[in-house]
Design a protein around this ligand. Structure first.
Ligand code: HEC
Ligand code: HEC
Length: 225
């Protein structure tokens, strides 16, 4: 009986993958565990003893930033959030971080790997309160770019990676829908200028776009659901 049970455990462990079978201890490939409660606490309160500021003070409760000065993080894929926090840090031997932003560079420098994973998992589990599109005049152009790209310039459709409704594809492509237009615009400009150098595909997309095209697609994306 004991033998049958352990065989069953092994079988179910194999089916669910290593991460779901912590009881099969000595598996070095197991993914690190995340603690949403710890992530929530650090996000809300920061850690004054180490000068880590509350994330919520800028990014809002649950990552639903109330104003366009700071991006919404609620409901974003944890893998993407974790990558951004890592990209805000200066890698060993590098002169500057892959993603330059004075505020976030300073904040990310103080976070441990475990804390970045916990916060990212916590945010991924929050419901997004989406922003809205504001510019009627550019909706059509924005929609066309989002759905079909700009064929004459070789700009691919945003939808082909970020999905038709902008929710992205977990672990590969971030959600863009419902983000503030101002933030999306600033990121496309940063990809174009090289201030944000953490994604070759996005650099190649943005470097072919004009200011007017960037503005139109950013506003359209804010209203996408
Ligand atoms: C003083 C305000 C402020 C605080 C505090 C702050 N952030 Fe930010 N955060 C920003 C701004 C502004 C940006 C946009 C940066 C840019 O333009 O590249 C940002 C961007 C980010 C991004 C990238 C979002 C994306 O969609 O790519 C992540 C992730 C993030 N912050 C996480 C955090 C976490 C976690 C904390 C707390 C440990 C935190 N932030 C604290 C202002 C802040
Ligand atoms: C070939 C796939 C691909 C296409 C096509 C693409 N993207 Fe992206 N996009 C990505 C990837 C991958 C990332 C994540 C970059 C990173 O890791 O920082 C990203 C990130 C972004 C971000 C940053 C999100 C944030 O929260 O900071 C924005 C904004 C964005 N894309 C907008 C667009 C728009 C607008 C288009 C169409 C004009 C587009 N993308 C087309 C792959 C793509």
């Amino acid at each position: 009986m004991k033998r049958v049970l352990s065989l069953m455990l092994i079988a179910s462990g194999a089916m669910l993958g290593a991460a779901a079978a912590p009881s099969l201890a000595a598996d070095a490939t197991a993914r690190p565990k995340v603690d949403l409660a710890k992530g929530e606490q650090l996000f809300n309160d920061g850690d004054p003893s180490r000068n880590v500021i509350s994330c919520a003070s800028c990014h809002g409760p649950g990552g639903n930033s109330p104003g366009a000065a700071n991006p919404k993080l609620a409901g974003q894929h944890p893998e993407y959030l974790y990558k951004q926090l890592a990209n805000f840090k200066v890698k060993e031997g590098a002169k500057k971080p892959e993603r330059v932003n004075a505020v976030m560079n300073a904040i990310a420098a103080g976070l441990t790997d475990e804390e970045m994973r916990n916060i990212s998992a916590y945010l991924g589990a929050q419901a997004l309160k989406p922003a809205v599109a504001k510019n009627k005049d550019t909706v059509e152009l924005g929609q066309r770019i989002y759905r079909a790209g700009i064929p004459s310039k070789g700009v691919p459709a945003c939808a082909s990676c970020h999905s038709p409704n902008g929710s992205g594809i977990p672990s590969q492509y971030p959600r863009v829908a419902g983000q503030f237009a101002e933030y999306t615009e600033s990121q496309l400009v940063a990809f174009r200028s090289g201030a944000r150098a953490n994604s070759l595909p996005m650099t190649q997309v943005a470097e072919k776009m004009s200011d007017a095209e960037i503005k139109a697609v950013s506003d359209y994306i804010a209203g996408l659901r």
